[in-house]
Design a protein around this ligand. Structure first.
Ligand code: NAD
Length: 396
């Protein structure tokens, strides 16, 4: 068997859509992963998570055999290009697990052969690409290492992979030319950087988004403390005023990337990243702020509270690092009873949105899934809507 591309971590949120899109562009792709459960789901032509437009594509590329699934690391040997998309987490102290990529490469070293291109696509701590190239050099493997970060927004990967500019970098010229050719299959808009510049560019992309969300959340808290509705101020300040259009609205900002990448950036500078630290404090503080206001304004211990939306953002099923769970934990400590609901998340303990509204004295919109637009929430309920999703203001 010979593949053009082997995607390591190919069943994940980054790896699977990327495998599908390359397979659809005529590449012979092998998605290799260690997750047997996902393998069984994907082999049936089903996506293991929600990704817009991915399932028809999956069925198509499985049928025409441009995509192969593998649980066997020897697929690496059978491929010209290896793209690594495994997770690069931070630990419980918000320090990056620095060696995740290196450990994986070390584990699979025997499967690499000369003249392959290795593309690191996982978000990488600054300096990782150069370090991994040195690792191959040390082991006399003539593998060109390149870093080409993923910058899609989860849920829209299939569309965005061919719409976004692609940052491409490599430790040497040969690797760079191969990587440019590879991503030239997806987009004409290729931006060349040095590997460490590209690593910073990826981290800055997410940290910037996270800081913007924190500015909105801090503004929300400031106005809320003054008894003023942030929704009204926001509408006024953004109306026909281009310089304020990139100010997001307040909400629960979390997920597997924004916090983690801000933490990685901070760690790369001896944890001296004042804006990043402040953003974490504000964004992670939102559930505490909501509960504090509930405690101030209501007899919470005698109230039932319902949380609408457990995914980390709207219209997807991913609960990784969702602040809804932090809210749930806090409320379980404070309230008489807590109910949870999410139309995308399978959990036998969750109830339907209608039932949740019926059973709760206080309803908190944690994740603004579009499906909730139809929901009838009576005036007898206390609605907490820091997103102003229902258009009745965001004041708590
Ligand atoms: N999720 C996003 O929207 C997004 C966007 C841009 C960048 N990223 C970055 O991409 C990387 C992956 O994120 P994700 O959300 O796809 O994670 P994920 O957990 O969904 O996917 C990772 C996959 O790698 C597999 N895996 C782990 N170790 C492996 C190994 N040794 N060999 C083979 N497979 C292995 C896992 O089984 C899993 O399927 C992270 O660095 C993340 O920061 C994610």
């Amino acid at each position: 068997m010979h593949y053009d591309i082997c995607v390591v971590g190919g069943f994940g949120h980054v790896g699977l859509p990327l495998s599908l899109v390359f397979a659809d562009r005529g590449m012979k792709v092998c998605a290799f992963d260690i997750n047997e459960q996902s393998n069984a789901i994907i082999a049936k032509g089903e996506m293991p998570f929600f990704e817009d437009g991915a399932e028809p594509l999956l069925k198509k590329v499985l049928k025409n055999k441009s995509l192969t699934l593998s649980l066997d690391a020897s697929s690496i040997s059978d491929s010209d290009v290896i793209i690594v998309t495994i997770g690069t987490p931070v630990d419980s102290h918000s320090s990056p697990e620095l060696n995740v990529l290196e450990k994986a490469i070390h584990k699979y070293l025997s499967y690499f052969r000369d003249d392959q291109l290795l593309v690191l696509r996982s978000t990488a701590y600054p300096g990782t690409t150069t370090k991994i190239q040195k690792f191959f050099d040390k082991h006399d493997k003539n593998v060109d290492v390149s870093f080409c970060p993923e910058r899609i927004v989860q849920g829209h990967a299939v569309k965005e992979l061919s719409e976004l500019p692609q940052i491409v970098s490599s430790v040497n010229k040969k690797g760079l030319e191969k990587a440019k050719k590879l991503f030239g299959l997806l987009t004409d808009d290729i931006v060349v950087l040095e590997p460490t510049e590209a690593e910073y560019a990826k981290l800055f992309t997410n940290a910037w988004r996270y800081i913007k969300f924190s500015a909105a959340n801090q503004f929300f808290m400031l106005t809320n403390e003054a008894g003023i509705d942030f929704a009204k101020v926001y509408k006024g300040l953004t109306h026909n005023y281009k310089r304020a259009l990139d100010l997001p609205f307040s909400g629960l900002a979390a997920g597997p990337c924004l916090f983690k990448d801000t933490a990685q950036l901070s760690a790369s500078n001896n944890h001296e990243f004042a804006l990043g630290r402040a953003a974490v404090q504000v964004n992670e503080g939102m559930p505490f702020y909501i509960v504090k206001k509930l405690r101030q304004n209501h007899d919470v211990k005698n109230k039932t509270v319902g949380i609408l939306g457990m995914a980390f953002k709207a219209d997807i099923d991913d609960t990784r690092d969702s602040l809804s769970y932090k809210l749930k934990d806090l409320l379980e400590f404070e309230a008489k009873q807590v109910y949870c609901s999410d139309p995308y998340v399978n959990n036998p303990d969750f109830i339907s949105a209608d039932e949740l509204v019926n059973k709760s004295d206080i309803v908190i919109l944690a994740t603004p899934h579009k499906a909730y637009k139809q929901l009838q929430i009576g005036k007898d309920k206390e609605l907490i809507d820091v997103w102003n999703f229902f258009g009745n203001g965001s004041l708590i």
